[in-house]
Design a protein around this ligand. Structure first.
Ligand code: PLP
Length: 399
C-alpha cells in the first residue's frame, strides 16, 4: 500500500474556501468582503508608487544575489526598529533590541513561537477571543497549549476590558500573551491608550511575556499613533516580542516581508538572544529572501520615497475610513433602523458587523456578497462602485 494510504484530508481553510466559492460565482455584481487584503477604489491590489520607484532603481543596479545574513540585512532591521520604536529611540540605539527579517508577519510569529518554546517550554500562550485564526494554530504547532483571554464584547461592540484585565491578572508568571498592537483582526475593536498602560502594568505585576502582533501599522491613525502599544511597552523597561508585517502597509503580500523584534534588558543579553534566534532560523529556512526586504529598506531610508509611501499609506487609511462612513450613511438612507455607527469607530481593515451566520448566508445566496460567517467584513473590499449595492443588500437582510 502507499505510505499515504491512511492520510486524512485536512479541514479546509474557511477563508480560502470562501475565496474559491467567490471565484466560481458567475454573477457580475458579486462582491467578496471575506478577504484580508486592501483593494483600491477600482477593486485592485495597488502597487505603490514608492515601491515601484525602489524596484526600478534596484533593477537598474542589478545587484548580485548572494546569501543574506541569517537575521537579514542591518539596513532593513534598523528601518523596522525606527517604525516600531520611533526615530532615534533608546531601544534601538542601545543595542538591546534584536530584530530579524522574517517571512511576513506569519514568519515572524513562527520564529518567535519556536524561540519562545526553547526559552519558556512550560508556558501557556493566551490569545484574544476572538483572534486572527492563525494565532492558535501557529503557537500550537510550536508545541504550546493555547487559551483565550476575553476580548470582544458583542453587546457594546467594543472590548470587554474589565474581563480581559481580570483574566490577565489571574495568569501564571511567564505566560505569553499575544496582543494585537492595533487594528484588531477580526473585530476592529482596539484598546484605548489608557487601557494599554493598564495592560503594561499587569504584565509587569504578573511577570507576563507580551508578544505584540503589528500587522496593520498606519491603517488606524498613522505610523506613530498606531505604535501606542509598542511605545507603552518600550517605556516600561519590560522585555517583549513584536512581530511586524509589511504585507498590508506596503501592499507586498506575496513578497513575504516582515520582522521579529525582541526587546531584551541589555546589549549583552541581546547578543545571546540573537545567537539563539539565529539557530531557529538556520534550521528552518536558513536566511531570508532578498527582494521584498530590500524594497522596504530602500523606501524607508530615502526621505523622498518614505514621504511618498506615507502619503500612499495615508490614502489607503482615508479610503477605508470613507468606506466606513459611507456604509453607515447608506444603511441609514436605506431605512435601516439599527444603529451601525459602531462601524465608524472600529479601526483597520475589518468590522465585526454583528450580521448573523444566517444573514451572511442570505447575502451570499441572494446577492453574491461573500463575508465570513462570523459577520466579519473587510471594508477595504468596498469601493465607490459596489458600496451602494452592498448597503442595499445588507439593508434587506437586516430588515
Ligand atoms: N497577524 C494578523 C493579525 C494578521 O491579520 C495577519 C494577516 O492577515 C498576519 C499576522 C500575517 O501577516 P503576513 O501576511 O505578513 O504573514
Amino acid at each position: 500500500a502507499s505510505i499515504f494510504a491512511a492520510v486524512e484530508m485536512a479541514p479546509r481553510d474557511p477563508i480560502l474556501g470562501l475565496n474559491e466559492a467567490f471565484a466560481a460565482d458567475t454573477r457580475a455584481e458579486k462582491v467578496n468582503l471575506g478577504v484580508g487584503v486592501y483593494y483600491d477604489d477600482n477593486g485592485k491590489i495597488p502597487l505603490l508608487a514608492a515601491v515601484r520607484a525602489a524596484e526600478k532603481a534596484r533593477l537598474e543596479a542589478m545587484p548580485p544575489r548572494g546569501y543574506q545574513p541569517i537575521e537579514g540585512p542591518a539596513a532593513y532591521n534598523n528601518a523596522v526598529q525606527g517604525l516600531l520604536f520611533g526615530k532615534d529611540s533608546q531601544l534601538a540605539t542601545s543595542g538591546q533590541t534584536v530584530t530579524i527579517e522574517a517571512l511576513g508577519g506569519t514568519g515572524a510569529l513562527k520564529v518567535g513561537a519556536d524561540y519562545l518554546k526553547r526559552l519558556v517550554p512550560g508556558a501557556t500562550v493566551y490569545i484574544s477571543d476572538p483572534s486572527w485564526e492563525n494565532h492558535r494554530a501557529l503557537f500550537e504547532s510550536a508545541g504550546f497549549p493555547v487559551e483565550n483571554y476575553p476580548y470582544y464584547d458583542a453587546a457594546s461592540r467594543g472590548v470587554n476590558f474589565a474581563a480581559m484585565k481580570a483574566k490577565l491578572d489571574s495568569l501564571q508568571p511567564g505566560s505569553v500573551i499575544v496582543l494585537h498592537a492595533c487594528c484588531h483582526n477580526p473585530t476592529g475593536a482596539d484598546l484605548s491608550d489608557a487601557q494599554w498602560d493598564e495592560v503594561v502594568a499587569v504584565c509587569r505585576e504578573r511577570g507576563l511575556i507580551p508578544f505584540l502582533d503589528m500587522a496593520y501599522q498606519g491603517f488606524a491613525e498613522g505610523i506613530d499613533a498606531d505604535a501606542v502599544a509598542v511605545r507603552a511597552l518600550s517605556s516600561s523597561g519590560l522585555q517583549f516580542f513584536v512581530s511586524s508585517s509589511f504585507s498590508k502597509s506596503f501592499s507586498l503580500y506575496g513578497e513575504r516581508v516582515g520582522a521579529l523584534s525582541i526587546v531584551t534588558a541589555s546589549k549583552e543579553e541581546a547578543g545571546r538572544v540573537l545567537s539563539q534566534v539565529k539557530r531557529v532560523i538556520r534550521t528552518n529556512y536558513s536566511n531570508p529572501p532578498i527582494h521584498g526586504g530590500a524594497i522596504v529598506a530602500a523606501v524607508l531610508s530615502s526621505p523622498e520615497l518614505r514621504q511618498m509611501w506615507e502619503d500612499e499609506l495615508g490614502g489607503m487609511r482615508e479610503r477605508i475610513r470613507a468606506m466606513r462612513t459611507g456604509l453607515v450613511d447608506q444603511l441609514k438612507a436605506e431605512g435601516v433602523a439599527q444603529d451601525f455607527s459602531f462601524v465608524i469607530k472600529q479601526r483597520g481593515m475589518f468590522s465585526y458587523t454583528g450580521l448573523t451566520a444566517a444573514q451572511v448566508e442570505t447575502l451570499k445566496a441572494d446577492f453574491g456578497i461573500y463575508a465570513v460567517s462570523t459577520g466579519r467584513i473587510c471594508l477595504a473590499a468596498l469601493n465607490s462602485k459596489n458600496i451602494g449595492y452592498v448597503a442595499k443588500a445588507i439593508a434587506q437582510v437586516v430588515k
